[in-house]
Write a protein that binds this ligand. Structure first.
Ligand code: GDP
Ligand code: MG
Length: 294
């Protein structure tokens, strides 16, 4: 192994919808964390691992930084804090179109107390005029960042440039993970996220936030995977919404999820979904633990 090999952890922090998952997926070339137009879809700390001949970067995709309205949100804050503590570089991402929001300011204050290299990405510059972009870059340069980079992660991202920038701040270390590992998350967890993404994409208002998914069984057979999962709701009245007329909503969730599992694994998936009620699970510590948020 090269004695100059670099390896380390990068925590991606930013307001919901700024492009954190887009960045992760771009780097990984795979759809590891869920992307959807609705905020707050990433509740778990998801790792993606990038490895080449000279470096290994382990990305921590953090949940949002939220006012503690529910018990769940306290957990999110803790995850965020833990991700930052465990990282070598803090990668702050913001939306050029919206920066600076109150949320950005709060987050900047929050990360200021961590003495680690900090990089800011001013994302979505495709949405603003050059003069606006320059103003916002100036604002960011006034904060305590080691580097500020304007990008458009969706339009024409300079991935190599970004990886080289991160490389400059990575410590010398042997790799933490075997190079062919894309993620250390078990497939069960991916499936859980895939189903949850379908719920976020297909339902509005309170439903996505009142829903949790647990994978109960996962059988990896030679020619297919057989999965059974529970969809947990808070109230009986939410059940018919998820099921839909003649079961068409639940069928759509199942079929789309099966297709997505196939896309990732290149293996046929047979998914069984069960709807369960756990009254007010978001406010209960026990339930949060059971669903893996604690
Ligand atoms: P996250 O909540 O921070 O993880 O944000 P996502 O990665 O899920 O992105 C939120 C939305 O912004 C998605 O609809 C993305 O397609 C979009 N988006 C991400 N990067 C860009 C960009 O550079 N330009 C534009 N116009 N949209 C972007
Ligand atoms: Mg996300």
């Amino acid at each position: 192994m090269d004695k100059n090999f670099k390896a380390g952890f990068v925590s991606i922090v930013g307001k919901p919808n700024v492009g954190k998952s887009t960045l992760m997926n771009l780097v990984m070339g795979e759809k590891l964390s869920i992307i959807s137009p609705k905020p707050q879809t990433t509740r778990h700390q998801i790792k993606g691992i990038y490895t080449d001949e000279n470096k290994q970067i382990i990305f921590l995709d953090t949940p949002g930084f939220l006012k503690a309205r529910y018990e769940l949100h306290n957990r999110m804050l803790e995850y965020l804090q833990n991700a930052i503590k465990d990282s070598d570089i803090i990668l702050f991402i913001t939306d050029a179109h919206k920066f600076p929001t109150d949320y950005d300011e709060q987050l900047l204050q929050f990360i200021a107390k961590f003495k680690k290299p900090k990089i800011a990405l001013l994302n979505k510059i495709d949405l603003v005029e050059k003069t606006v972009q320059d103003d916002k870059l100036n604002l960011l340069q006034g904060k305590e960042f080691d580097y500020v980079l304007p990008v458009s992660l969706q339009q024409n991202p300079d991935l190599a440039g970004l990886l080289n920038l991160l490389d400059r701040y990575l410590p010398i270390n042997p790799p933490f993970y075997s190079p062919d590992e894309v993620s250390d998350l078990p497939m069960r967890f991916f499936v859980q996220e895939i189903i949850r993404e379908q719920i976020f994409l297909n339902f509005r208002d309170e439903i996505p936030y009142a829903t949790s998914v647990s994978v109960e069984t996962y059988h990896d057979l030679p020619n297919k995977v057989e999965i059974a999962a529970n969809i947990w709701l808070e109230r009986d009245s939410q059940k018919p919404i998820i099921i839909g007329k003649n079961g068409e909503n639940i069928r759509k969730i199942r079929e789309n999820s099966e297709r997505e599992v196939y896309r990732i694994l290149q293996k046929r998936a047979k998914l069984e979904l069960w709807i369960k009620i756990k009254p007010n699970w978001r406010k209960k510590k026990n339930a949060l633990k059971e669903f893996g948020y604690l």
